[in-house]
Write a protein that binds this ligand. Structure first.
Ligand code: ADP
Ligand code: ASP
Ligand code: MG
Length: 471
């Protein structure tokens, strides 16, 4: 008997029709003799609505969050009515939805009185999205005679208290999964668990970061020693590029953990960048499949790299990034400037997406997300104040009209001339390359171009990737 963990994203649970597909997928998998664990996102759009309502509450906009609550109630109740016939399952789920939304309104009232929204409160508010959808999916399964039960992931995933981007405490999480989740699996129940959320040791709700339900799926797959993790989404698999940027994008039948890790880190929204981490050691295969095209096999993600002839497998981009440049003639040979700069960046709470240094050592640059750039600049200027005063460092510049483009493929390191091809393609298209990543990983090349060149750069590089993937 195999154990399969399935994660369904926001669009996959976003309508009654979509949830009906989810029910079929789970049913078929159980009928094939497997144990199934289901992890769900909030219905599409709900997470954004909830985050917005927390802001409305903090600014005293009572009408705003009450109206969100009404909209959420209507959408969830209508969905339930279409999926579950009148009777005890419907009634019970109905009252669960009602009391969850009442709790949500209570918290919003408290926020509006305090006039302040903290990351901790925001996590409690945003968690209602998954808490609502999980109840509905469990009820829809029960209505089709599948033994299912809804669970809040806070019962299992114990995290630190870095609200909005919490990390699991693995040993405690494993103990909870063994003690509380596995027994119900063994009894034949299909648990329907909220993605995205966890809880601290003391039970306060945390979240794993936007798009984090994929990560939740991987945590449960690893914790239950699943034979496979299936990420059910709204496209046919991991593609050569974002199909919204270039319609010619094709599904990749196979990618390695390392390749998909690079793709996700450098902007491919299809998987959360941390998804690979929990399943890597156990070599649990991941499949990315389309809820709306369930017979299509999708993309398999596994251990081995498969260098392909043309090497570039996929192209991604990240918007909303800023390029910070630290420059000055006095930097030559002065040890520690880079180290102190990165230390200052970390203490401003930012993480670095890419680093590049010119060989002359008169400047180096790196990229952070737009939201953190000003704080990072300020922190560096404080850290390097004495070098700035003596003019050893001229300035710290921010440029925010840029994007990062990344080409991914396992064969890159061993193939001379790949970088040459990438950059001559940019040159042929008259796209100016602002910076190139130094010491990038073996299977990706990243570089920076002006935001206005994003689409042209992706499409030009994508031409190279399409050469290797059969139509
Ligand atoms: P879910 O709600 O199922 O988690 P997401 O919206 O988070 O789905 O991720 C799926 C979306 O990722 C797709 O609809 C697609 O537009 C986008 N995407 C970006 N890059 C890629 C890529 N390389 N391959 C497939 N999808 C991609
Ligand atoms: N609902 C959360 C989000 O929209 C988590 C997820 O869907 O993965 O970010
Ligand atoms: Mg997602």
């Amino acid at each position: 008997m195999k154990t399969i963990t399935m994660k369904f994203g926001g669009t996959s649970v976003g309508s009654p029709e979509a949830i009906a597909n989810v029910v079929n997928i789970v049913k078929v998998c159980r009928e094939e003799g497997n144990r199934v664990i289901v992890v769900v996102s909030a219905m599409s759009g709900v997470t954004d609505q909830l985050l917005n309502s927390a802001k409305m509450a903090a600014s005293g906009n009572k009408w705003g969050y009450l109206s969100t609550s009404e909209k959420l109630r209507d959408r969830h109740e209508d969905t339930l009515n279409l999926l579950v016939p009148p009777g005890s399952v419907r009634e019970k789920t109905f009252s669960q939805i009602k009391s969850l939304l009442e709790e949500y309104v209570e918290i919003c009232h408290a926020v509006s009185i305090l006039g302040e929204e903290t990351p901790r409160i925001s996590d409690s508010i945003v968690a209602y999205g998954e808490r609502l959808s999980s109840r509905i999916v469990a009820a829809a399964l029960k209505a089709q005679s599948v033994e299912a039960a809804a669970f809040d992931a806070g019962d299992f995933i114990v995290t630190d208290d870095r609200f909005q981007s919490a990390s699991p405490l693995w040993d405690e999480t494993q103990a909870r999964i063994d003690g509380k989740l596995v027994p119900s699996l063994v009894e034949g129940v299909t648990p329907v668990i909220t993605g995205f959320i966890g809880a601290t040791r003391t039970g306060t709700i945390t979240t794993l970061g936007r798009g984090g339900s994929d990560y939740s799926g991987a945590i449960f797959a690893a914790g239950t020693n699943s034979d496979e993790l299936v990420i059910w989404t709204d496209v046919d698999g991991v593609m050569t590029t974002d199909p919204r940027v270039d319609k010619r994008a094709r599904v990749l039948p196979y990618v390695s953990y390392q390749e998909v890790g690079e793709l996700a880190f450098y902007g491919a929204k299809v998987l959360h960048p941390k998804t690979v981490q929990p399943v890597l050691d156990k070599a649990i295969p991941i499949r990315v499949r389309n809820t709306f095209n369930p017979t299509y096999p999708g993309t398999l993600i596994g251990e081995t790299g498969e260098p392909s002839e043309t090497v570039i497998k996929a192209v991604t981009s990240i918007k909303k990034v800023s390029l910070l440049t630290v420059s000055g003639k006095g930097m030559i040979g002065v040890p520690g400037i880079a180290g102190r700069t990165f230390h200052a960046t970390a203490s401003a709470g930012a993480s670095i997406l890419m680093i590049s240094q010119s060989s002359s050592e008169q400047s180096f640059c790196f990229l952070v997300t737009d939201g953190t750039a000003d704080a990072v600049k300020e922190s560096i200027e404080i850290q390097l104040a004495s070098e700035i005063a003596t003019r050893d460092i001229d300035r710290v510049d921010i440029r925010s009209d840029v994007v990062i483009i990344t080409a991914v493929g396992a064969g890159m390191s061993g193939t001379p001339g790949v970088a040459g091809r990438v950059f001559s393609t940019m040159g042929n298209n008259r796209i100016n390359v602002v910076a190139i990543a130094q010491g990038s990983s073996e299977c990706s090349i990243s570089f920076v171009v002006a935001e206005a060149d994003l689409e042209r750069a992706v499409i030009a590089l994508h031409d190279l990737a399409l050469e290797s993937v059969p139509a």
